[in-house]
Design a protein. Structure first.
Length: 813
RNA sequence: GCCGGAGUGGCGGAACUGGCAGACGCACAGGACUUAAAAUCCUGGGGUCUCUAAAAAGACCGUACCGGUUCGAUUCCGGUCUCCGGCACCA
């Protein structure tokens, strides 16, 4: 009877025999299977951990049986806000709570019975790890990919602290629910935008869910258009606008600058200065919520200035309005109210002229604003051209005159990595009055995070108040200097951990270049879909940057990616303490054992979908394993008896089921379709029971062979259980040193198959036919069949469609 | 608003490339074993209707909805609705 004791027995044996230790000599067979590492929380493992790690481990075990040398490490993303918030609440130091949590989580992960090789564990909050996180920062800095600038950050006025983006939910603080505002601070950024094009273009080659690629494409937001230069009337001042519709250039009736745009002050005439100032104030004060509201009416003011149209030479009034974003493109737009909804709305409100320059291609009377492509009108020599041709013609003309060019813009922004928080990796930078920004020399790494720090939130970086940390000497001139008081976003830590795992004990460098280029990229990466735009993009950026610095020889960190779905509470809502719908795996595991629990997770849900929790089926899985155990008992009973040795009809039938199961389970497991894989194993078991019950004169040896194959294909899904019954049968330890059985195509060919007979597309009857029969023979068999003759009596047969092995459709009137 | 993904029995979910819809389970019902229960085993099953004492048999409708292509559509095409996810004044 399978239970928790059996789990423990085999976990111990696996550990003692070092069964899952990665063998470096089999590098040619390596398969790097990685689950997203987790945050060490105080609670026990939740269903989400099991749902991520259990099935992925089954996949990895399947690969092991196929002969791969699986590298499956585990670690902890240990820096981050929850520990710090917990400390603020309870006074328990983040380091103490985190390390304690890691200990209990490690224990539970071991009890899960996955193949994790703990020799390669990585914990991001330990100096031996974050030393190299800091080293990464310095390399990016040296490469010009890390820079400092002033930027608005999320600020919670109640908690008096900066919040990370992920802490802001619908513009409200995750902790106290007060509304988040913006505050300007000087921050460090990583220049991820330098890789925008490659990040976009290389997605095509990745074996990732299309949904995830879509999210990344969306996030990167490539937009092809042109930059066009306008001159301010009566001055030498020029400015450029970005547009995707240069074909509508002649429809420009006004210009709009973002209120923050730098030339606003220069061009505003005295007459309009006070209203412009007033509007700028107004725009600054608006909360994010108001600014993002789509129902909001457009606002703006005239600057008094005019621009000269680069083609027509006409005067065009220049306005400022907050519907133009300072952070995208050039921070200003040419307004074409006839062919842009926003410009149209603005023009109507402020009574600005609207000039149609595009007619619909089919000449229909399309109402304004007309935003589709079409044919140019009111555009001088460009009249009659279609939009695509006109775009090219107009930009080429402007380019000749030095007034424009084709241009690509991206929505992607640089990655803000500074955090005004304690529990993270200190930014390895020193500020010297004489030498300016000085990176900490690599030999001085790590910049240790001090233990005794006041980290109550009061709007200042906690490290600022720690004088022994903050005060240092300049590595260049030796004079007193100050350290950067901020810490790095924890996404920095997780952007390179997969590079550290295979060489986690290296204290000379983050990783050995030669070794890591053999172990990477990760072959299979599994984790939640919520990381689509953040972690997965950042990690790709790191890989590309390190490649260009000469450390890596591959372009992408994760060749294949799968997302597990989300297991919701029984009420269909996301599990949360406040909703009281949290399901804990523990009681199930105590009652049924870890194999039953993980197998139920695989069987009861479509892996990539997830769904509301419901334990109706968990007993079914337990019952299934009991049935397997009984068939194993049967094998032992039958061993003494004589039985026959030839393969007659029942054996052939059982052999068919066996080979079909092997084939299908192989295919389904490969694709993470665990539910159907397990269903196929159940079918094989049913076939074994049928054979046992219905066949008097058994081929005992064959029967045992089939049971052994069943155990082999079952073992990835129920590892402890399979190991146990494998032993009961007296087979050699371990079942995980067995090979995945090969299925025989010949066994899948049956002498006779049942096919459906349709008349006019409707199934009327089914007949048995020799599987070797060709189309003509099948047609003859069908038409000479008595039942078919009866059914088609008095009808004229017009056509017979034969689909081999499936059906015959008789078209008759 | 825009862009994705999804919608299949009472339930979880299957269905290759356009070829027998509902695999495998759960729950349910009937039966066997049992003093009884549990466990186990066997059988049944989308819906409506016709015929029938009942069974058997048959007809029609069924993969969100409406229409199309096709010998044949859960699958392809056009339109509509609902749910989930992403983006959201990105010029």
């Amino acid at each position: 009877m399978y239970n928790k004791e059996i789990d423990r027995k085999w976990q111990k044996k696996w550990e003692e025999t070092k069964l899952y230790k990665f063998n470096r000599d089999r590098l040619d067979k390596k398969l790097y299977c990685l689950e997203m590492f987790s945050y060490p929380s105080g609670a026990n493992l939740h269903v989400g951990h099991w749902y991520n790690f259990g099935p992925t481990d089954s996949w990895a075990r399947f690969k092991r049986l196929q002969g791969y040398e699986v590298f499956q490490p585990m670690g902890f993303d240990a820096f981050g806000l929850p520990a710090e918030n917990y400390a603020i609440k309870t006074g328990i130091h983040p380091q103490d709570s985190t390390m304690k949590n890691i200990e209990t989580m490690e224990k539970q992960l071991r009890e899960m019975g996955a193949m994790f090789d703990w020799d390669y564990e990585v914990i991001t909050c330990l100096p031996e790890y974050y030393k190299w996180t800091q080293w990464m920062f310095l390399q990016l800095y040296k490469a010009g990919l890390a820079y400092r600038k002033e930027a608005p950050v999320n600020w919670c006025p109640s908690c008096q602290t900066v919040l990370a983006n992920e802490q802001v939910i619908d513009n409200h603080c995750e902790r106290c629910e007060s509304e988040v505002t913006k505050k300007n601070l000087i921050q460090w950024f990583f220049k991820i935008t330098a890789y925008a094009e490659e990040l976009l273009e290389k997605l095509d080659k990745l074996d990732w869910p299309e949904k995830t690629k879509k999210i990344q494409r969306n996030w990167i937001g490539k937009s092809e258009g042109a930059e066009i230069e306008f001159r301010i009337e009566n001055t030498d001042i020029t400015f450029r606008v970005f547009t995707t519709r240069p074909d509508t250039l002649c429809g420009v009736t006004y210009m709009v600058l973002a209120p923050e745009h730098e030339i606003v002050d220069k061009i505003t005439t005295d007459e309009y200065r006070s209203s412009v100032e007033e509007y700028k104030e107004f725009a600054k004060k608006q909360s994010e919520i108001e600014r993002l509201s789509t129902v909001k009416e457009k606002t703006g003011v005239f600057t008094g200035a005019y621009a000269i149209h680069p083609i027509t030479g006409e005067r065009v009034p220049i306005w400022i309005a907050d519907y133009v974003l300072a952070t995208y493109g050039t921070g200003c737009v040419m307004a074409v109210p006839a062919h842009d909804e926003r410009d149209y709305e603005f023009a109507v409100k402020f009574n600005l002229p609207i000039v149609r320059v595009i007619d619909s291609a089919d000449g229909s009377d399309a109402p304004l604003p007309y935003v589709e492509y079409g044919v140019l009108v009111n555009s001088g020599k460009y009249n009659g051209l279609d939009s695509a041709t006109a775009k090219k013609a107009i930009v080429e003309q402007l380019a000749k005159e030095g007034k424009g060019e084709f241009k690509v813009n991206y929505r992607l922004r640089d990655w803000l990595v500074s955090r005004q928080r304690y529990w993270g990796a200190p930014i390895p930078i020193i500020y010297c009055e004489h030498c300016g920004i000085v990176p900490v020399p690599e030999k001085d790494l790590p910049v240790l995070l001090p233990y005794d720090v006041e980290f109550t939130p009061d709007g200042e970086s906690p490290l600022k108040k720690c004088s022994e940390f903050i005060n240092t000497t300049c590595p260049q001139c030796g004079k007193p200097a100050k350290r950067d008081a901020d810490t790095l976003d924890t996404f920095v830590c997780s952007s390179w951990y997969y590079l550290r795992y295979p060489d986690n004990k290296n204290d000379k460098e983050p990783f050995d270049k030669e070794w890591i280029n053999k172990m990477l990229p990760v072959d299979m990466y599994v984790g939640g879909a919520e990381h689509a735009a953040m972690h997965l993009l950042y990690a790709r950026f790191f890989t590309k940057a390190l490649r260009d610095m000469g450390y890596l020889e591959f372009d992408e960190p994760f060749l294949s990616l799968r997302h597990q779905g989300v297991i919701l509470g029984p009420d269909g809502n996301k599990m949360s303490k406040s909703k009281g719908n949290v399901i804990s795996p523990d009681s199930y595991i105590n009652e049924y054992g870890s194999d039953v629990f993980r197998m139920y997770l695989m069987f009861g849900f479509a892996y990539e979908e997830g769904g509301p929790w419901n334990d109706d089926g968990i007993k079914a899985v337990a019952r299934f394993l009991n049935r397997v155990e009984r068939i194993v008992e049967r094998v032992k009973e039958l061993r003494g008896s004589k039985g026959k040795t030839e393969m007659s009809a029942p054996e052939k039938e059982l052999n068919y089921e066996r080979n079909r199961a092997i084939k299908e389970v192989e295919k389904d497991t490969e694709e993470f379709h665990f539910n159907t894989a397990i269903a196929r194993i159940m079918e094989l078991l049913n076939a074994l029971y049928k054979y046992d019950q219905e066949t008097e004169d058994k081929n005992v040896g064959f029967f045992e062979e089939v049971v052994a194959d069943l155990l082999r294909i079952l073992s990835p899904f129920a590892p402890h259980f399979a190991e146990e019954v494998w032993e009961q049968l007296g087979y050699e330890y371990s079942i995980f040193n067995q090979r995945w059985p090969k299925w025989d195509p010949n066994a899948l060919v049956r002498d006779e198959v049942e096919i459906a007979i349709q008349i006019n597309g409707k199934v009327k009857t089914r007949i048995m036919v020799p599987s070797a029969a060709d189309d003509k023979e099948l047609e003859d068999i069908a038409l000479s069949n008595e039942e078919v003759k009866e059914l088609t009596k008095g009808m004229q047969i017009q056509k017979v469609i034969v689909v081999k092995g499936r059906l015959i459709n008789i078209v008759a009137k």
